[in-house]
Design a protein around this ligand. Structure first.
Ligand code: AMP
Ligand code: ZN
Length: 490
């Protein structure tokens, strides 16, 4: 089915088709791994997951999905500094080697991120790659040199800045986000990775080394510029190296339109001569009482916070799809409870479809008109700019009008087949008989429990206690038995 998506560059919904063959090459700005991601961040990653799954299931494409790990930026450097309050004992000990500290902190949060997204139903097998910025600094240095040599960036005291005034003579700056150039002061510079449009000015491609910060050696046109890359240049390089330019779709939250994506477009075009992509898709915010959920406002919940309250991670996933990705979604616990009920209603219907005579439903034989009409309606809503609330609405309306006991066997088999296909997009239900799914234990919790069993065998009780707490943070209680264990949901 042809998929239409809202393109932030064209500012309208447009039909989408990959540039080459049947494979969609898609890049998503990933997490900055300086802390646990909150569920506001997760909205961005679940939106990207929804999109890539819909491209596969509804669009019939293959997807090469790349999501980067931002391990170099102002915050990862700040929080890995010696004496930082953000340092946790589980990261090991801090040393005098600042690069080692940066890697210890960011590897720790990268691992926690991978655990969290897996619990939220993002399948690691769907990624082509998850590149880390630290592995591509060489490419950033190459790109910076090209831009400097073209006269669109300049060196100042060991840092390198993109010359916006020069660039504006060659191309439009402000493609994704309207910038008020009346207040623009040519030649002013901004060093921080994140800034507002009122601060639009020459931005840092490379920042000279500071005391007590890790740095990379960089000799640029005879000048010593040891330091580290700015955040925007990281994505310009990783996407080019892993997907090639131009690729098909770039995703991120709306706050990334400026400066991150605007600067990414300018750098890539200035250096490589090609814009990253013609299709930009952005998700709106998850809010709390009218404000963006964010670390800095302190109004956030991590996945672990919610699991510890006994929330099912699939309800968090479903919650994100209960509103259209381009509308603001207000987070409340009441909303989450309503989400649980709605998801469970469909789940119960699926359980009920499994009757004694269901037979070989997985062959798809038996899919009658009733089911095909439903599929057409639901998939059309998804193909229409991922309209998940309308798609779910169509499912509820069907369920309400078609009690399982009134369906014939062919319809039941066809519906099960359809729900299995649909779950390829939503991934919030279990397509199994009721009794077979009494307790779903995430793979990483099982791994932790196995590790703990080994720690007990080794009589490493400190480790065993730490692992028990970690298992608890995912909402499970581990009970010991002789050389074995059992897990229960909290
Ligand atoms: P960061 O880890 O800060 O680089 O952010 C990762 C992703 O989360 C980016 O795509 C942001 O745009 C997105 N994001 C951050 N806060 C929110 C929020 N409250 N709602 C939706 N997306 C968000
Ligand atoms: Zn990015």
């Amino acid at each position: 089915m042809l998929i239409h998506l809202y393109n932030s560059l064209e500012k309208k919904v447009a039909p989408f088709a990959p540039l080459q063959g049947n494979t969609v090459r898609m890049y998503s700005c990933g997490p900055t791994v300086y802390n646990y991601a909150h569920i506001g961040n997760m909205r961005a990653f679940l939106f990207a997951d929804l999109l890539q799954r819909a491209l596969r299931v509804v669009g019939g494409y293959d997807v090469d999905w790349v999501m980067n790990i931002t391990n170099i930026d102002d915050k990862t450097i700040r929080d890995s500094a010696v004496g930082s309050q953000a340092w946790l004992p589980d990261m090991g000990s801090q040393s005098g080697d600042l690069m080692d500290n940066l890697m210890k902190l960011t590897n720790f949060y990268e691992k926690s991120f991978l655990d969290d997204i897996s619990i939220l139903g993002i399948d690691k097998n769907h990624f082509l790659a998850m590149p880390k910025a630290t592995d591509f600094v060489w490419g950033m240095q190459e790109l910076i040199k090209i831009i400097v040599d073209k006269g669109i960036a300049y060196i100042s005291e060991g840092s390198v800045y993109f010359n916006v005034t020069e660039w504006r003579k060659q191309d439009f700056y402000g493609k994704l986000f309207k910038i008020d150039f009346d207040n623009f002061k040519p030649g002013t510079r901004i060093d921080s990775d994140q800034y507002e449009r009122e601060q639009a000015s020459d931005f840092a491609l490379w920042k000279t080394k500071k005391e007590n910060e890790p740095y990379w050696e960089f000799e640029l046109n005879g000048q010593k510029c040891d330091g580290r890359p700015g955040w925007h240049i990281e994505c310009s390089v990783m996407e080019k190296e892993l997907l090639g330019l131009p690729f098909d779709i770039h995703t991120g939250g709306v706050d990334l339109k400026f400066p991150h994506h605007e600067d990414e477009i300018a750098q890539s075009k200035a250096g490589y001569g090609i814009e990253p992509t013609a299709f930009w898709c952005h998700n709106e915010f998850l809010e709390v009482e009218g404000e963006k959920m964010s670390k800095s406002l302190g109004n956030f919940f991590t996945v672990r916070d919610l699991l510890a309250k006994g929330i099912d991670p699939l309800d968090i996933r479903y919650l994100m799809f209960s509103s259209h990705y381009s509308s603001v979604l207000n987070f409340t616990f009441d909303g989450l409870a309503a989400t649980h009920k709605a998801r469970q209603r469909v789940q119960d219907y699926i359980y009920d479809l499994f009757g004694a005579d269901i037979g070989n439903w997985e062959s798809g034989i038996g899919t009658g008109k009733k089911v095909l009409d439903l599929k057409d309606k639901v998939f059309s809503e998804l193909a229409n700019d991922l309209h998940t609330p309308m798609a779910l609405g169509a499912i509820f309306s069907f369920i309400n009008n078609n009690p399982v006991k009134e369906l014939n066997l062919g319809e039941k088999a066809g519906l099960l087949y359809f729900f299995k296909e649909l779950n390829g997009v939503f991934a919030v239900w279990e397509i199994a008989e009721r009794k077979a799914v009494a307790l779903q234990i995430p793979q990483n919790v099982i791994e932790l429990a196995d590790k703990r069993l080994q720690a007990r065998r080794d009589k490493n009780f400190a480790m065993s206690d730490t692992l028990r707490d970690e298992i608890k943070s995912f909402g499970f209680i581990i009970k010991d038995a002789k050389d074995s264990y059992s897990l229960e949901k909290m």
